[in-house]
Design a protein around this ligand. Structure first.
Ligand SMILES: *[C@@H]1O[C@H](CO)[C@@H](O)[C@H](O)[C@H]1NC(C)=O
Ligand SMILES: *[C@@H]1O[C@H](CO)[C@@H](O)[C@H](O)[C@H]1NC(C)=O
Ligand SMILES: *[C@@H]1O[C@H](CO)[C@@H](O)[C@H](O)[C@H]1NC(C)=O
Ligand SMILES: *[C@@H]1O[C@H](CO)[C@@H](O)[C@H](O)[C@H]1NC(C)=O
Length: 444
């Protein structure tokens, strides 16, 4: 899970002072950029597998801009948790877009180390996400290129990103603007040196990030592993239901396909380092809505209305908690909690490094019929953002009150009837920060 959260929140604290001016600037920027935003795609329906298959941008001729394919942007290796890496990647793409350049395919990091750079295990972007698919889905918006596309490997312009208090959002933006002018623009490659893109200033609205995320499709191997896990979860649910039906001499559900058996995914953040961190955060922000104990999560999930008897609850927890039997106890009668080990899918996960394990869990949570997470977690936030996108495409504009097909909830905020609060990402946010790095603004 996203341990890196703790780290970046600390960074954030340091930058808080500039939030006010940042907001003003971002409101302005979002106005400027809204000119480029395209409406959502109507007519989406059906399975989750098909929701990625819409060619989002290439067919939209009214996008007048085309990203240059002979000018490139190079960024430092992308690090930390899966979702920190996705955000960093999207930020690098949007920076390249602003410079009208193709982003040279960056290295992601397979392992989760913060300091020991040599342990970061670089992993190529295209080992995790489909390269061609990305470019086709994001055509006209952002593009990723290969190093083999370069004609001259020696002619890079090195651009150091500034840092520290004095390096404001405005200065950062001005630096980027200057790079759009000659002589810098003349270079085939602009190589940004310094910190990981996750720590760069953010100049883009939520919708732009969402567009980039939509183009990230897992490579088949990883998607198939996630598929196996989801299959196993649904199969268990349908077996459990069949068993009771037989006991009750009621066969009506017997022929229902196991692939239709709904399940709930709960992203349970209760690791020790998270708890210590979130308590501090609660003190700092004078709130009690960040940390939820295991008991509170279990209790609130139990109060979600409409969960049928024998609903499987997939509990997504950090590997270190898989040995803790109490994770699976105390759930409301009728809910069937499973984590990777009890589910019998640990063999699938254990073959892979951290990043891919996390990508599989992400996919499983994304596909759950209901998802419950913590609104202060990047992992939970990106899942809800994708789920929200999906619902918007289906024509749902607000899901807070109505019963929607794929509801999401934040367990750290008390909702109605003792349950967790419904959660729907505010897609009009002027920066990703508003929705992803610690906020209980869940727009419901
Ligand atoms: C990028 O450059 C191409 C080629 O010069 C141009 O046609 C296009 O309009 C530019 N896009 C933007 C967003 O400036
Ligand atoms: C590559 O770029 C460098 C710096 O811009 C230039 O001096 C050199 O002539 C270029 N080489 C080729 C083969 O174009
Ligand atoms: C069997 O289950 C169905 C659906 O849950 C229900 O409508 C029906 O009354 C049940 N029949 C018996 C005999 O319990
Ligand atoms: C913290 O919040 C409580 C209740 O919301 C309020 O009464 C109190 O004044 C706040 N304290 C500070 C230091 O803001």
């Amino acid at each position: 899970m996203d341990f890196a959260h703790c780290k970046h929140l600390r960074f954030l604290g340091r930058h808080m002072h500039s939030v006010a001016c940042r907001c003003l600037l971002l409101v302005f920027l979002s106005l400027v950029f809204s000119a480029f935003l395209c409406p959502t795609i109507p007519g989406f329906g059906g399975s989750l597998n098909s929701f990625m298959s819409v060619d989002t941008y290439s067919s939209q001729s009214r996008l007048e801009s085309v990203v240059r394919k002979d000018k490139f942007l190079e960024v430092p290796q992308i690090v930390w948790g899966l979702n920190n890496q996705k955000i960093a990647f999207a930020r690098a793409c949007l920076t390249a877009r602003m410079l009208n350049r193709t982003l040279l395919m960056p290295s992601l990091s397979a392992s989760l180390f913060y300091k020991e750079i040599d342990l970061l295990q670089p992993i190529s972007f295209d080992r995790v996400f489909q390269f061609e698919r990305f470019n086709s889905l994001c055509n006209g918006f952002v593009q990723v290129g290969r190093y083999s596309d370069l004609s001259n490997r020696t002619g890079a312009f090195e651009l150091p990103k500034g840092s520290g208090r004095k390096w404001t959002v405005e200065r950062d933006l001005n630096q980027l603007k200057e790079c759009r002018e000659d002589p810098t623009d003349g270079f085939e490659v602009i190589r940004i040196v310094g910190k990981n893109p996750f720590l760069w200033h953010d100049h883009w609205p939520v919708k732009d990030y969402a567009k980039v995320f939509e183009c990230l499709v897992l490579v088949d191997e990883i998607a198939e592993e996630a598929e196996k896990v989801v299959y196993k979860i649904r199969e268990l649910g349908s077996k459990a239901r069949r068993k009771t039906d037989v006991l009750e001499k009621n066969e009506t559900l017997k022929d229902s396909s196991s692939q239709l058996t709904p399940f709930v995914a709960v992203h349970m953040r209760i690791e020790k380092d998270w708890m210590i961190h979130c308590k501090k955060l609660e003190q700092r922000s004078n709130t009690s809505q960040i940390c939820s104990s295991k008991e509170e999560i279990v209790e609130r999930v139990g109060h979600i209305g409409g969960l049928g008897y024998h609903t499987v609850v997939y509990v997504a927890v950090a590997d270190s908690l898989l040995e803790d039997p109490s994770i699976l106890s105390g759930w409301k009668e009728g809910l069937l909690p499973f984590e990777k080990k009890k589910l019998g899918v640990w063999d699938i996960y254990k073959k892979y490094p951290y990043l891919i394990k996390s990508a599989i869990d992400y996919e499983v949570c994304l596909r759950a019929d209901a998802f419950v997470g913590n609104s202060f977690s990047t992992f939970s936030n990106l899942i809800v953002l994708e789920r929200t996108q999906r619902m918007i495409r289906m024509g749902v504009t607000r899901s807070c009150g109505v019963d929607v097909r794929w509801p999401s909830y934040a367990y750290n905020i008390l909702g109605e009837a003792g349950g967790p609060q419904k959660w729907f990402t505010d897609m009009s946010g002027s920066s990703l920060q508003a929705i992803s790095y610690g906020s209980n603004n869940i727009s419901c």
